[in-house]
Design a protein around this ligand. Structure first.
Ligand code: N01
Length: 551
């Protein structure tokens, strides 16, 4: 491992805080709020020009949350959750962004956040027990191009799980002469596809949400599909005021119930724990049909063993394939759209009119499952020996998930060891919160925690509260540093893998496994099971932060 360049080099006057937080999404904002409640001085650095994280960047047409609005919101403030009014069952990106902005203003957070500032590196100074954080002002920001340093005792990485765009290295990628977009870096002013020939690469959640809208707008749409996707209808609708009032009458109880769920959402339609294998064909059909009619991610809660047994899983998969056959008029296209992999081992997609879109005369589906896209050319995309001429090309190709944003930053712990080297064979953490060799650094929804398999806001709140309690404990007990032990970390990595191996989750090429990014180590990154995880975190704290050592 090479020693890091001195963080101070070329930096302007150093600034010092108790806490540096990287990212001003839901995690960074709440961390700042909690830090201030503890009387700490904290600084947030955010590469974007505003708060909201995912919801700041992902402005593609149709971007919408797949967790219901009444659940996808902060629970830490009774007045906030009572006052805020969602308009739809599933909120669209602009509304969630407005909510994030409202929270930032309501709790006076904006003056603690330095926007358009990217964190380049962070190095632990062992002599001083301080993190030295190197930042650079982004173009267009007030400190554009300027490098600075900020020191802090604690470093909280609130960098998000799906925030590092994956732009695959397809031959000729940069030669395309038309306009090019990535769903996760969408222009703020929007894009007008009227009269255009548009190509979309990818058929994950982002593609599924944008394809029906792009199809309506554009002259022609060509979708390049590498893996067909299971999608369940959202059945989005205006939020029913009675339903809203019912929840608000005792929001605390509703939140508490959510936290007891495996994935911290879906409390209105609890998981049926019985086995799909024990049910009769009629019972199975009824259970799937009920959830299909209700819409949303609750579909996978139809039986308790859908993610445990391939035969059970295939009943659910077959139900969706039958819906595709019913919906798509051209049977050859329907066949191509039918996924064959395990349902749910890639994130289930929630759609509005996705399969129906292939009945439109201006939409073509190009299957690139057998052979990859050959090239991107100045005029379009070449696949299967044919060139598709395009005016616009949309990469709906996802993210370098869970580790991408952390590893973009040159993070160096004890002895100058870099996180990139430490995680060369896959991420290693204790509880997804701490990393051996990186004292006083915490990861919010880090790999090894349930994060992306849950309602993210619930997981974020749990992590931020655990971290702030830990910092309060350190201050009360006069500790300068906390660090995960290598033994605790080894045990945890083995545990996360063992839990995943008891399920069907590792069974396909998902981003949970890092399989979407060529060369990324294949390790199942999130931990399955939210309530057990929370109990473990609480137990660790109650036992004086077991698995951590203090200085
Ligand atoms: O990204 P993805 P996403 N050639 O990785 C394809 C959350 N989210 O942005 O499956 C051709 O799922 C790739 O193909 P394959 C949600 O958690 C939530 O859509 O790897 N194709 C795949 O089809 C979600 O899971 C919401 O074979 C290539 C697609 O690109 C996560 O974010 C909305 C390719 C990428 O799909 C990520 O979703 C949006 C190549 N070289 C996102 N490289 C909601 O709340 C990649 N692909 C609803």
């Amino acid at each position: 491992t090479q020693a890091a360049p001195r963080a101070q080099q070329g930096a302007a006057t150093a600034e010092t805080h108790d806490l540096v937080i990287v990212g001003a999404g839901f995690a960074g904002m709440y961390m700042l709020h909690r830090a201030r409640q503890l009387g700490l001085s904290a600084r947030v650095f955010e590469a974007g020009g505003g708060v909201g994280g995912t919801w700041y960047w992902n402005r593609y047409p149709g971007a919408r949350c797949d967790v219901e609005s009444m659940e996808y919101s902060y629970s830490f403030d009774e007045d906030l959750q009572r006052d805020w009014r969602w308009t739809e069952r599933f909120a669209a990106q602009p509304e969630i962004l407005r909510y994030a902005q409202h929270v930032a203003e309501r709790f006076g957070l904006l003056d603690g956040i330095r926007f358009r500032t990217r964190v380049l590196g962070a190095q632990y100074d062992e002599a001083a027990d301080l993190w030295r954080v190197r930042t650079r002002g982004e173009d267009g920001g007030k400190d554009g191009g300027e490098e600075r340093e900020c020191s802090a005792r604690w470093l909280v990485m609130a960098t998000g799980c799906l925030s590092s765009a994956n732009l695959p290295e397809i031959p000729g990628r940069d030669s395309f002469e038309g306009e090019r977009f990535h769903t996760g870096l969408w222009p703020h002013e929007g894009v007008d596809f009227s009269g255009k020939r548009v190509g979309v690469i990818g058929t994950g959640s982002s593609a599924l949400q944008s394809i029906p809208i792009i199809a309506e707008q554009s002259k022609e749409l060509v979708v390049f599909q590498r893996t067909a996707t299971y999608a369940v209808p959202a059945r989005n609708a205006p939020l029913d005021p009675e339903y809203e009032a019912g929840i608000k009458a005792d929001y605390a109880a509703f939140r508490a119930r959510n936290r007891t769920m495996q994935n911290a959402f879906g409390s209105m339609m609890a998981r049926n724990d019985s086995s799909a294998l024990a049910a009769t064909p009629e019972e199975r059909e009824r259970a799937f049909a009920e959830r299909w009619a209700r819409g949303g991610l609750v579909f996978l809660g139809a039986f308790g063993d859908l993610m445990l047994d391939e035969r059970a899983n295939d009943y659910a998969a077959e139900f969706v394939r039958s819906r595709i056959a019913e919906t798509v008029r051209d049977s050859a296209i329907a066949q191509k759209l039918m996924p064959r992999q395990i349902i749910g081992c890639k994130r289930l997609c929630i759609d509005t009119g996705y399969y129906e879109t292939y009945n439109r005369p201006n939409v073509r589906l190009v299957d690139v499952s057998e052979a990859p896209i050959e090239a991107i050319t100045p005029k379009g995309v070449r696949a299967g020996g044919q060139e598709y001429e395009l005016d616009s090309l949309v990469f709906a190709t996802g993210f370098d998930a869970m580790t991408g944003s952390l590893l973009k930053i040159d993070i160096r712990g004890r002895g100058g060891v870099s996180l990139r080297d430490k995680w060369a064979a896959g991420p290693r953490t204790w509880l997804g919160l701490g990393i051996a060799g990186f004292p006083n650094m915490f990861t919010v929804s880090g790999p090894g925690s349930p994060s992306v398999l849950t309602n993210m806001i619930v997981s974020i709140e749990q992590h931020v509260e655990w971290i702030s309690d830990c910092i309060a404990y350190m201050r009360a007990n006069g500790h300068r540093a906390i660090e995960a032990t290598p033994e605790a970390e080894d045990g945890w990595v083995a545990h996360v893998n063992a839990v995943a191996d008891r399920t069907l989750f590792p069974g396909c090429n998902s981003w949970y496994l890092g399989a979407n990014v060529p060369g990324k180590p294949r390790v199942f990154m999130p931990l399955i099971g939210f309530p057990d995880y929370v109990a473990k975190c609480d137990q660790v704290a109650a036992r004086g932060y077991e698995g951590f050592v203090f200085d």
